[in-house]
Design a protein around this ligand. Sequence first.
Ligand code: SPV
Ligand code: MG
Length: 546
Amino acid sequence: MTRSEQFRKILKTKGRVLLAGAHDALSAKLIEEAGFDAVWASSFGISASSKCLPDANVLTMTEALEAVKGMNEAISIPLIADCDNGYGNAINVIRMTREYERAGVAGISIEDNPFPKKCSLYPGERQELVDIDEMAGRIHAAKSTQRTKDFFVIARTEALIAGLGLDEAFARARAYEEAGADAILIHSRQPVPDEIRAFAARWKARRDGRAVPLVAVPTKYPGISSKELAKIGIPIVIFANQALRASVVAMKETLSEMKRLDRIGPVDKKVAPLSEIFRLVGQPMMEENEKRFVKNFKKAPSAVIVAAGFEENLWPLNSERPKAMLEIRGKSILERQRDLLRRAGIERIAVVTGYKREKVSLPQVQIYPNANYRTTGSLHSLFCAEEEARGKFVFLYGDVLFEEHVLEKLLKSKADVTLAVKRPLGSDGSKPERDLVVLRGPAGQEEIAAIGHQLGHSEANGEFMGLALFSKRGAQSLREIYESLSRKNGHSRFHNAPNLRSAQFTDMIQEMLARKHKVHAVCLSGGWLDIETFEDYRKAWQEVKA
Ligand code: SPV
Ligand code: MG
């Protein structure tokens, strides 16, 4: 339904319409939330708030239209635009009507002031109105210009304001109605609604066919309710400028208090919380859209660092902090990882935390807690940050230190799943490597044939470095497999793990291999360290540059 259809529907079904005047998009939104039927885009309000200028045709039509567009886009209730005198004669009205209708507003209001006008409420003598035919011509022009049938055109007469009396007001209203107006705004600045009441009574008493509805702006006779106005025959009522005036009071009070106390504290509790402004301007929706349209389309992958677990063999080195926060020459492992990832253009970095998670505070990373880190494995941790694994992403263990070229080489891979592998295997044999792999294929095109600690030193020819890259498709396969496994055999044995929850990332790679997914390898001979023992930690101190 268009806004003009909405407006007519409210008038028809409810029998009356109550509008409040907006001065900008935010106030229009507040008017909608307060439950008003429609918004009045007030020329008084727009002039004051957008340019701090008098309401006297000082703003151009396009300036006013800009403000109105902002309001109309911020709301979903109908809006009637106060178009002053139409910015000139019927020729100006033609273009104006076209522009406002195109902007999607429900309707416009045009008054019989000459150009330039002055706000009806300003003190002093009233200027003369334009000739009755001239104004009828403006209305006729607007109605002939509109393309949609429901576009609502209000003709406003200032005859009572100008002191021309009831007869003149009535004659004008009749002529404008004849010219096609959908409603007549009868404006008055008397402190009581007497002349309005008299006008409405006479309008109602007409015996010459159906009279169009009347509109009133009771700024100067504020004692009467809109319901009472409806009762006396004025079903459309505009509370035109109270929101603007309320904001002036509130701003003045707050500003003077802050200035006086030289601090924000005392006013902070009285003003709208930031979260309320965030909500009003649609910040939560923006976050959603960002997830949908920005992040997923970004070329740079994201990174998920799994750093939730507790490892006994490092005790008491890790008694105060998780392993990833262990410092090596003034920088934690995690900081080193973050800095290298960012240098490689990866800005979206997620860290899955568990043990001593309160100790992981690092700017520019997103924290995903794994509350069940004691009973779950690295695969479960990875899926705690599942939303980061929807596009291309890098997987990392939180205990690996690597040089820039390792990441560079991994990121060059075009395959769906790629693991960084150290080859050849360390010859010392002193350290029981965790994630051995069997590689096959020619150099430069190696694939993983098998992975896991079930492999013996004699059959394995490489070691997984704890870094992997998934393309968008690879990530999708990973998620699909995990989902189907979670649904089915969550409790039965899963490769080297007693069940899916306690499984490691490498168990999932085994599963992918079992399902005939190709898992590629980029092979490196060094530039990498993982911290599993005191000895590793000592070595890191020796090898890593400050
Ligand atoms: C406005 O709000 O701009 C109006 C109503 O036109 S009044 O200020 O009463 O003229
Ligand atoms: Mg106005």
